[in-house]
Design a binder for this molecule. Structure first.
Ligand SMILES: *[C@@H]1O[C@H](CO)[C@@H](O)[C@H](O)[C@H]1NC(C)=O
Ligand SMILES: *[C@@H]1O[C@H](CO)[C@@H](O)[C@H](O)[C@H]1NC(C)=O
Ligand SMILES: *[C@@H]1O[C@H](CO)[C@@H](O)[C@H](O)[C@H]1NC(C)=O
Ligand SMILES: *[C@@H]1O[C@H](CO)[C@@H](O)[C@H](O)[C@H]1NC(C)=O
Ligand SMILES: *[C@@H]1O[C@H](CO)[C@@H](O)[C@H](O)[C@H]1NC(C)=O
Ligand SMILES: *[C@@H]1O[C@H](CO)[C@@H](O)[C@H](O)[C@H]1NC(C)=O
Ligand SMILES: *[C@@H]1O[C@H](CO)[C@@H](O)[C@H](O)[C@H]1NC(C)=O
Length: 473
């Protein structure tokens, strides 16, 4: 009798889990530059401790092994959402008050080499061309990586323009289904950030570089913002597209999350529900872009470039900036020319499709730049950086530019969804994965490693406060 009851609960919880989540106090992720210098140093300390304990190797190995099951396929967004949440949990083991920041690179899209993010007391800059492109400054200088082969943490800048906030906004707006958004983001601007930083970031071992997690928090936010743009909660259940690595099979929300034994895709579709429980602080660049586009739509465009700059810089929290420090070419937003072929190949991306998406983006920029006085929030950011004497980071790449080929440590098995279970240390049984779906062990109640019952949906469902269904309807 008891046995049957348990199974009924188990069954119910499996069905309801994804929508049940009661997440009252989500971790709020903030733009990296919005952290105080004290907070930044605290963050760097925890990141260094994760490295010191050898956990970066495990994370990178996981990303590397998961490789083709999670790139160039619809599972790209969901898998990375869980992966960076795992990282955030590791940081919180060291300093429970931390959340993962994101890097809003749309603010730097005009010329990322001016970005504050590459300053010495932020994430550090380019690698040293005279020293094998090893990272020589910032809080992570001198890191020695173990995966795949022993090497120093490398960066080899070859900066290109990224997409500005208004371009992303239109791409999000025009993507009516998940698969369109996924193709447009992974193929293009996501790749541009990786390849333009180069070194470890341009390979499957990219999680070696701590900037990976700031970048992917931004990528995750783009998906999340798109989900929020949907009607009601519909996009928090939406997942579709075809998986070219599995004979073009049509994917569905109940698919397993690749490489995570206990999770399904649907478990990670809603950051504020289920076991994830995080949110993002509102994004000033996005807010400015919306405001600006609305002004044009309502036929009340700003009357001068200065007025535009004034409107935007208020939003960005900068004092008024002198846009005259920008050359006419710099005021004009451009879009990078596309990913190198080796990148497309490494990530299962179809080069024609990538090219098409770059053309779409160029088209948006072309249209916007014809509007009188149109100025991207990214242009204002660049003007600010210049007029405040930010140093341009050395942006030149060395010879070749193509990162050296690397040896795979383990052969990648072709059949999909082989659970490799490369758990992050300390999370072997207590990970959010287990919390969300302890079904395989036969227990309906998830139990984290510390022996306490989970504070997420399972507790919520099993307690008697009768509010479980409020969250569903
Ligand atoms: C968003 O999409 C709708 C419908 O396609 C369109 O009418 C509107 O102009 C778009 N807005 C922007 C800012 O692209
Ligand atoms: C998958 O679809 C693409 C594009 O439609 C096609 O080029 C490819 O041959 C298909 N692959 C398989 C295995 O059916
Ligand atoms: C920075 O933080 C403040 C509050 O702490 C917030 O109002 C603002 O929107 C944030 N700026 C950005 C760029 O996210
Ligand atoms: C986005 O949608 C708008 C309005 O429907 C259209 O004018 C524009 O060309 C579309 N942009 C892209 C890149 O498809
Ligand atoms: C830098 O990137 C551009 C494309 O953005 C490419 O054409 C060029 O070859 C790259 N330079 C090096 C040295 O790799
Ligand atoms: C982490 O990586 C180390 C070295 O590669 C390995 O010995 C260890 O088993 C890994 N730990 C986990 C939990 O995967
Ligand atoms: C278990 O939960 C209790 C009450 O919330 C807490 O005091 C205790 O520290 C937790 N144990 C562990 C190992 O986290």
């Amino acid at each position: 009798m008891k046995f049957h009851l348990t199974n009924v609960f188990l069954l119910l919880s499996l069905i309801i889990a994804p929508v049940l989540g009661k997440c009252k106090h989500p971790d709020v992720r903030r733009e990296f530059r919005n952290l105080s210098s004290k907070e930044r140093h605290r963050y760097a300390k925890a990141v260094n401790e994760v490295y010191r304990r050898g956990w970066v190797d495990n994370l990178t190995q996981n990303h590397f092994t998961s490789g083709r099951h999670v790139h160039g396929v619809p599972a790209f967004f969901p898998w990375h959402r869980q992966f960076i949440r795992d990282y955030e949990s590791l940081l919180q083991k060291i300093d429970p008050g931390l959340t993962l920041p994101y890097w809003d690179w749309t603010l730097d899209s005009c010329d990322p080499s001016y970005s504050k993010i590459f300053n010495d007391d932020y994430m550090g800059g380019n690698g040293d061309p005279n020293s094998n492109y090893c990272l020589q400054d910032g809080p992570y200088k001198g890191w020695q990586m173990g995966i795949v082969d022993p090497h120093c943490l490398q960066r080899q800048f070859n900066m290109t323009q990224y997409w500005g906030p208004e371009v992303l906004l239109e791409v999000q707006n025009n993507s009516t289904v998940y698969s369109e958004l996924h193709n447009r983001i992974e193929d293009t601007v996501h790749a541009a950030v990786h390849t333009s930083i180069g070194g470890d970031m341009a390979q499957m071992i990219s999680p070696n570089d701590p900037i990976f997690f700031l970048h992917h928090a931004m990528v995750d936010k783009l998906w999340y913002d798109w989900q929020l743009m949907g009607k009601g909660r519909s996009r928090f259940r939406e997942y579709n597209g075809v998986d070219s690595t599995r004979n073009n099979v049509t994917v569905k929300p109940s698919d397993p999350l690749p490489e995570y034994q206990f999770l399904r895709i649907e478990d990670v579709l809603d950051p504020r529900g289920g076991h994830l429980c995080y949110d993002y602080e509102e994004n000033a660049a996005r807010r400015s872009a919306i405001k600006l586009l609305n002004l044009y739509e309502n036929n009340t465009p700003p009357r001068s470039l200065d007025e535009t700059a004034h409107i935007i810089s208020n939003d960005l929290g900068y004092p008024d900036v002198d846009i005259n420090v920008l050359s006419p070419e710099e005021r004009e937003m451009k879009v990078g020319s596309g990913n190198p072929d080796w990148w497309n190949r490494m990530n299962n991306l179809d080069s024609d499709r990538v090219h098409r998406h770059y053309l779409e983006a160029s088209d948006i920029v072309g249209r916007l730049s014809k509007l009188p006085n149109f100025l991207s929030p990214a242009v204002v950011q660049l003007a600010y950086a210049k007029s405040h004497g930010f140093e341009r980071q050395s942006g030149s790449a060395g010879s070749g530019g193509v990162p050296p080929p690397f040896q795979r440590a383990t052969p990648v098995v072709d059949s999909a969804f082989i659970p490799v279970t490369t758990p992050v240390p300390g999370q072997t049984s207590g990970s959010s994965a287990t919390r969300a779906r302890a079904a395989a062990g036969g227990s309906g109640v998830a139990t984290p490693a510390n022996g306490n019952r989970s504070d997420s949906w399972s507790d919520d469902f099993f307690n008697d406060d009768n509010d479980d269904f409020e969250d569903i309807f």
